[in-house]
Design a protein around this ligand. Sequence first.
Ligand code: CTP
Length: 722
Amino acid sequence: MKTGGITLITTHTNADFDGLASLVCAGKLYPDAYKCFSGSVCSNVKAFLEAYPQGILKSRSIKLETIERLILVDTREKHRIGKFSQIADKTPISIYDHHPSQQDDLTGEKEEIREEGATITILLEILRKKGIPITKEEATLFSLGIYEDTGSLLFPTTSSSDIDSLSWLFKQGADLSIVSEYLEHKLTKSHLLLLSDLFKSCRLYKIRGIDVVFASAKPKEHIEDLASVIHQMMDIERFKVLFCFIETEECIHIIARSRVEEIGVGSVLSCFGGGGHGQAGSATVKGMLKKIQKMVLANLKLGERNLSFLIEKRLPKWMREVISVLSGLGTGVYLVGGFVRDLILNRENLDLDLVITGDGIEFAKKLSCLLPNSCLTCHRRFGTAQITLENKAKIDIAGARKESYAKPGALPEISPASLKSDLKRRDFTINTLAISANPKDFGRLIDFYGGITDIQNRTIRILHPKSLADDPTRIFRAVRFSSRFGFAIEKETEKIARDVARGGLKHLSYERLRNELILILSDEYPEKALNRLSDLGVLGFVWPGLVLKKGLFSKIHEELFHLAIFLEGAQTWVLWFLALTVGLNRGETEEVIKKLRFRAEIRKKVLEAKAKAPFIIKFLQRKTLKNSTLYKRLINLSDETIIFVLAKTKSLLVKKRIHLFFATLRKERVYLTGDDLISMSLKPSPKFRKILDKLLSGHLDGKIKTKEDELRFIERFLGRDS
Ligand code: CTP
């Protein structure tokens, strides 16, 4: 092995032919790189490799610390690259992938991501452009990749580029007899037993007129390559849609296949943290089989256009009660927007959004009277109202309205309208869904603009070409939703976002920019969205030339993970803001803060962290440091400053001392109180503070342990001091 850092090409665990083909092809593009599997390989790939070895290493032969650069092919999901996920956040990555985006996708410095039928098609295009020749054997392997991932060109995801690549591979001498030999999935005895169990358990459901089969089994032993069993079932029975639930001791693997465009199985499984394509998807879940099957069914039924079952199943009791109260208040009441979107995605959202086709404010008044201890605020000018409930949840109420913009970026002019035009003025199709709360058709889904299809296809799409120019905050919202839900920004929407960014986001006020930035920084993994903002050319509006320091972000994640239980009031978004602006000097940081009009308290936190961090690091590196001195140095700093210090230092001593502070020192208390001192006939005076501080220092340094120790200390202290 080389002594310097290596470039490593890898693919997803349980590598299939597209993974293997892409790995080999990437090896031709990066001849100095090491090719390595990240875990096991599918059984037919294994059989192929026995006959045609490709010199690909096993992951155990690579030491993580030797890797300088990662090249990922046919995946970008962190949890699918085995042990290499451990270094993925701190290593530059190039990505070649054809999968739709997922929640835990990694971001690459270089990305070639397109939804072709197979990843090898993307790589072949580059290889061909560079004029790199391939052998007949390679042509055969690359064809296997395309044939397998496109279901022999029959899956609807097959693209004309896949077909073009295949035709080129054929000209390069691809051997179709080998392709057909290995495309057949060879089944072992345990596969056959599993197959028989699955067939016995088949249950048929009709979803929108389409037959959907659920099969389940609990095999006694671990079975590799479950996908080939499902493949066989689909082949034998010509099922339209099949969901297999394979139970093990620890979890349930769901593997699903679909031959019909109306039901995309990947999106059905996405709320379990799984994913895939329309035709093939998988997820691994913990829980009871029956309950999980019910949830899958619920997701499948989404297209059935009445979502009352989701209201019943997914909302807490208090919220169902509120909905039942508002539903009793007459007609023209609709649940809308982010609330409906999140209900469908099975994400908690406790703020209700209502549109009333009538007088929104009158409705809000009536509703508020029926909700005990609620508080109503009305904005007459906009025809909107907000009710804050006893538990602090909010209900936003608006009369259905049209908005027109006198000029882009200006506040909209508002006039009453139908529900349809109210929904039309919204940002993205996924936010245009409504559910009727009217008694006569309670739960009816209203989808004028293709919101459900876009949710199923995991797409963020604007409704009209001027949407982003009229309201440039929507670019930030698109990025936030895309990274939060793992959705892709649709191509035309992305193009328009870039155009608007190039035009200078002319009409965006800094206050609105700040609010959007804070929302992005408040998400769990903000660096993903920040990268995307940078890519779209809008991060520069926060500060020109801002560069993300990826390493710092992952260090902060690490520290937050370790200290989570000790952090109660920390505003993590402030930390991410610190990470974002780490390259700016004090003057520049002050300017950004002023421009974005941050509150004084935030300004103080940010500037304190930046200014003090280097001095604290130095101070905490002293050879000897009494616990009481450590305590005094840290106790008045914000948690954000301390975590920033942790992330900025490599010194183990500094880290150890800060952890000691959080875990132990900060909790230390003295037994005696000011009242105790008074009952010892002392007169209240500033000296009290001094005495109590000394007692605390005594505890911290281990000199005082009990209440008696404290009393003795006071006697001595007073004797000497008075
Ligand atoms: N909206 C919009 N354009 C904006 C902001 C909001 O069209 N710039 C619309 C969207 O339809 C959105 C609704 O107003 O669904 C409510 O906005 P908001 O509460 O900010 O967003 P949510 O979609 O609920 O998202 P979040 O979960 O972040 O609150």
